[in-house]
Design a protein around this ligand. Structure first.
Ligand code: TRP
Ligand code: SF4
Length: 330
């Protein structure tokens, strides 16, 4: 892996086919980071268990997500890509770190409070410990850099505190991770109101065929004041325009002018966006189709990633146990 800037670890819960929000907020950064960092990416299947609603989907969603990541340019030659539960050392480290984590640190977290609001009938032990498992994910590989969305900031802060506490008690074994925020800008769904998400069904899949992209883009909410074709629009409040910023770099200035002067209508503006998104992801769709033709290959890549991840994980876990003074196996 050569002389790189450091080691990156990041993961995401399996959500199946990825959408534009996943792509702009995470995947393209994952891909770019491979150049300068030693990268370890995983599908956080254990983290998905904080709710047992969709467990029957985990396998399929893991596969679909890994497929999208690989087609988007995650390169298993450079990067370790694996499934969280395939390195059981993470669960062991989680147990150890949980003993170092005051309960108050966890119940105070805004992310935890939000979950309690969302699922008051299922405030399980694992939900409270979610950020401890996340800490284990990171420190198990001595990662120094963690690309995440801003919503994860409290978790990263907690991870750092746990590391400091561990190192204070048992010596400088673990590495304090730094967050690298990647979710700028916030990607809204086609409703133009809420963050793009599969559960809200306001998303556009990156693997969607051009017809489907067009169909979804045409439903996008635009500047609400532009109720007639002749009324000028305000690109700065229009989500369609935000997407042009990403996918229409050559046209974006013209669109801005034409929108403000009502020279372009929203229908044409959306048609252009749909075309540009479809074109942008054309090479992706081709790579994805080639990969999807051999599902076994995806599982092999993930298995190889698990072997490489486990090699690092078992070594770090052994160091942790020794530092604490757990009796060695004879
Ligand atoms: N908690 C993260 C999320 O919900 C996913 C995650 C789990 C993660 N373990 C991680 C991210 C380790 C970065 C590093 O998005
Ligand atoms: Fe939005 Fe385009 Fe309509 Fe302007 S013309 S309001 S940028 S969709």
């Amino acid at each position: 892996m050569g002389a790189k800037k450091g080691r990156v670890v990041s993961g995401a819960r399996p959500t199946g086919r990825q959408h534009l929000g996943n792509y702009l907020g995470a995947i393209r950064n994952y891909v770019a980071l491979q150049e300068d960092y030693e990268c370890i990416y995983f599908v956080a299947d254990l983290h998905a268990l904080t709710t047992l609603k969709d467990t029957d989907k985990i396998r399929e969603w893991t596969y679909e997500m890994a497929l999208d990541w690989l087609a988007a340019g995650i390169d298993p030659e450079k990067t370790i890509l694996f499934i969280q539960s395939h390195t059981p050392q993470v669960s062991e480290l989680h147990t150890i770190l949980s003993m170092l984590t005051p309960l108050g640190w966890l119940t105070r977290l805004p992310t935890f409070k939000e979950k309690v609001r969302q699922q008051p009938d299922n405030v399980n032990y694992g939900l409270v410990g979610y950020p401890v498992l996340m800490t284990a994910d990171i420190v198990l590989y001595k990662a120094d850099t963690v690309p995440v969305g801003r919503d994860q900031a409290p978790h990263l802060e907690l991870a750092r505190e746990i590391v400091r506490r561990f190192n204070y008690h048992f010596g400088e074994v673990l590495v304090e991770p730094q967050a690298k925020y990647t979710d700028f800008p916030k990607v809204l769904g086609i409703d133009g109101q809420q963050k793009m998400s599969k559960s809200l069904n306001n998303h556009i899949e990156i693997a969607a065929e051009p017809e489907e992209i067009r169909e979804r883009v045409m439903r996008m909410v635009t500047d609400p004041q532009r109720t007639h074709r002749h009324i000028p629009g305000r690109p700065e409040v229009c989500n369609v325009f935000t997407f042009h910023g990403f996918f229409s770099p050559d046209d974006v200035e013209q669109i801005e002018q034409d929108c403000r002067t009502a020279r372009i209508g929203c229908v044409d503006c959306k048609r252009l966006l749909a075309q540009n998104i479809a074109d942008y992801f054309a090479p992706f769709r081709e790579r994805r189709a080639a990969l999807a033709a051999e599902p076994d290959h995806i599982w092999d890549v993930l298995a190889d990633g698990a072997r490489r991840a486990t090699a690092i994980a078992s070594q770090v876990l052994a160091e942790v146990k020794e530092a604490i003074g757990l009796p060695p196996v004879r």
